[in-house]
Design a protein around this ligand. Structure first.
Ligand SMILES: Nc1ncnc2c1ncn2[C@@H]1O[C@H](COP(=O)(O)OP(=O)(O)OP(=O)(O)O)[C@@H](O)[C@H]1O
Ligand SMILES: [Mg+2]
Length: 143
């Protein structure tokens, strides 16, 4: 099932992130797709806020997977941009994040580890709008 949501500002992206975060139970894995600078980390930051995470730090260059404690569940954030192969992801201990029992996992650049991602993952694709730098189109596909 695919849903398209058009947002026109950071506030609307935040609203969308809040609604989705509320609907996601522990065990949910989310593929975050979209080109450079489309808003994958920004969206993740809003999900972190919605989950009650304190001190979300985005994408530190030296860390590919980060773990945060929310009020009720954990948030795992993986940024696979600098990962070359699925094997590399497994080598840094990524497997457990693909089946999170106590939280949800958001993955930027999931294409890099495609064969590893469970079919049940939610797919979010973010696209820019040529005419408005603050607008984004979110495509949300639930398996
Ligand atoms: N409606 C919006 N939703 C999300 N981000 C927006 C929106 N409007 C403007 N932006 C801006 O777009 C930029 C998105 O950057 P961000 O780092 O989140 O992208 P990214 O997809 O994670 O990039 P990368 O591929 O480098 O990891 C931010 O500067 C953010 O403030
Ligand atoms: Mg990013």
């Amino acid at each position: 099932m695919k849903k398209i949501v058009d947002v026109h500002s950071l506030e609307e992206t935040q609203d969308l992130a809040r609604k989705l975060a509320r609907s996601w139970e522990s065990g949910t894995v989310v593929r975050l797709e979209g080109g450079l600078g489309t808003g994958k980390t920004t969206f993740t930051q809003f999900v972190a806020q919605a989950l009650g995470v304190q001190g979300f730090v985005g994408s530190p260059t030296f860390k590919l997977i980060s773990e945060y404690q929310g009020a009720e569940k954990k948030l795992y954030h993986a940024d696979c941009y600098r990962i070359d192969t699925p094997e590399d992801f497994l080598e840094i201990g990524g497997e457990s994040y693909l089946y999170p029992e106590d939280g949800i996992t958001l993955i930027e650049w999931p294409e890099k580890i495609d064969p590893l991602i469970p079919d049940s993952a939610v797919r979010i694709t973010i696209e820019r709008n040529r005419n408005n730098p603050h607008a984004r189109q979110f495509g949300i596909t639930v398996a």
